[in-house]
Design a binder for this molecule. Structure first.
Ligand code: GLN
Length: 487
């Protein structure tokens, strides 16, 4: 039998179906692997061993009865931003270090109903604010390709879990790039669907108009499979979209002959590491050799995406995070003198520096006198960026470019320079501001560190993105490369 941890979700699914192994055997194998290697990487906030084994037993029993869900017995991990009933849900923060969720997020509920087995909750930047996992209360996650480097963020625990073969798939969330950038930096596939495609219910809010759940896997085929289960209307999320979910796996097999691929010149300007640019151009040439055509497209306002995001996202976070007051749930300061002292110290002690920086920025841009100059202006620029994409998608089916400006950077290198850290999302943020689906696919290496190809599509074009990524993966094997220490 092939080593179980090396197999993709689809391969494992076939093995379970052929009764080559049971879900309990598979779950035990991965839990053992996690027990041996997790300390090197700091991937997990919580390992849910007992729950996982119980779920695996249920999955095996269901299979014996012939009652098989789409993900029956398949192991996954959840970013610790998704509420999980009876299990700590920390969001990477001291504020929620003591929080046991009383309910499941819709994503968690749907994946469980399909038979998935959850191995644990993954480490992340505090409240998903960060690009390196270094803002986590639980300490940074390390990149399996080089333990001195960051696995990206904020879904860095999820990306490292998949890259290190702890699990074939992980959930993530993406507000400005937090699924795609960590996927790029760890050589995994990460997809952020159209805003509203996957329910946000039970996903701890950062910036509600940008937050979207998605997945990190090793193959686009696996991403299609999971997304099909997660997507769909949810009446508990007021911005969830009531549209049927296509069968993503049914469509990935079609060739990309005739697909029109847009290239944005600014994406290859100064700011992009030269070798990273070379890998991305090679990937685009590969798409052309598979029958796609390339067209240059212009996104005149895209250069404003980072500053726009850093007004809108903090504004929304300052409002969303006001619920953490030390009274209702989460961290509470000891021996408060009065109510004000309780609020101030609970928040002062419960939140880390980056979260405080965002809350202060957000409160500032929303304050009377500055609202028009900053928040309103940012909303106007956001509309311009969305229009740029709309115009471009009249001419092309997808836009291709780099996911991140360079391969994984060293832990500690950017942590004291917020602007440098924020610039890591320069290519990903536009899709969030415009609510568009986007995917990152491994497209090679620079100095033995993975590089990601970024594909953005019009609203609801997940199928095209997955198909393009899958067809590319049929021609390449970058996604099969495994970090040496984790083979
Ligand atoms: N790195 C960006 C930020 O810190 C994006 C984070 C995310 O997508 N959750 O806001």
């Amino acid at each position: 039998m092939m080593k179980l941890h090396t197999q993709t979700l689809s391969e494992l699914s076939a093995g379970l179906e052929r009764r080559e192994f049971t879900s309990v055997e598979l779950t035990k194998a991965l839990l053992d692997r996690i027990a041996t290697h997790n300390d090197k990487l700091n991937v997990f906030v919580t390992i849910t061993k007992d729950e996982a084994l119980a779920a695996a037993e249920r999955a095996d029993a269901a299979r014996a009865r012939g009652d098989v869900g789409a993900l029956n017995g398949l192991p996954i991990v959840h970013k610790d931003i998704f509420c999980t009933r009876g299990v700590k849900t920390s969001c990477g923060s001291r504020m929620l270090d003591n929080f046991i969720s009383p309910y499941d997020a819709t994503v968690v509920e749907k994946l469980a109903a399909a038979g998935a087995v959850v191995l644990g909750k993954t480490n992340m930047d505090e409240f998903a604010m960060g690009s390196s996992n270094e803002t986590s209360f639980y300490g940074p996650v390390k990149n399996p390709w080089n333990l001195d480097c960051s696995p990206g963020g904020s879904s860095g625990g999820s990306s490292a879990a998949v890259a290190a073969r702890f699990a074939p798939a992980a959930t993530g969330t993406d507000t400005g790039g937090s699924i795609r950038q960590p996927a790029a930096l760890t050589g995994t596939v990460g997809i952020k669907p159209t805003y509203g495609r996957v329910s946000r219910y039970g996903m701890i809010a950062f910036a509600s108009s940008l937050d979207q759940a998605g997945v990190i896997t090793r193959s686009a085929e696996d991403a299609a499979r999971l997304l099909g289960v997660m997507a769909g209307f949810d009446e508990r999320d007021s911005t969830s979209i009531d549209q049927p979910v296509p069968d993503y796996t049914a469509e990935i097999g079609r060739s990309i002959e005739g697909l029109r691929v847009g290239i944005v010149r600014q994406h290859f300007d100064a700011g992009l590491d030269e070798q990273t640019g070379v890998r991305v151009k090679e990937a685009i040439a590969a798409l052309e050799s598979m029958g796609a055509t390339t067209v240059e497209v212009n996104l005149p306002s895209i250069d404003l995406s980072v500053p726009t995001y850093y007004v809108v996202a903090p504004a929304e976070c300052s409002s969303n995070l006001s619920r953490f007051d030390g009274v209702r749930f989460g961290y509470r300061a000891k021996d408060p003198e009065d109510l004000l002292d309780l609020y101030c110290r609970s928040r002062g002690e419960g939140f880390g520096d980056e979260v405080k920086r965002r809350i202060m920025t957000g409160a500032y841009v929303l304050s009377a006198g500055y609202y028009d100059a900053y928040y309103l202006k940012a909303q106007q620029v956001r509309a311009l960026i969305a229009e740029d994409f709309k115009r471009a998608f009249a001419e092309v089916d997808v836009i291709a470019g780099p996911t991140a400006p360079a391969p994984a950077f060293r832990l500690g290198d950017k942590v004291d320079d917020p602007i440098q850290m924020y610039l890591n999302d320069i290519y990903t943020i536009g899709a969030n501001l415009a609510g568009l689906p986007a995917i990152s696919v491994p497209c090679g290496f620079v100095d033995n560190l993975p590089v990601g190809l970024h594909l953005v599509g019009p609203h609801f074009a997940e199928s095209d993105l997955l198909r393009c990524a899958h067809q590319y993966q049929l021609q390449t094997d970058f996604h099969r490369a495994c970090p040496e220490a984790f083979q």
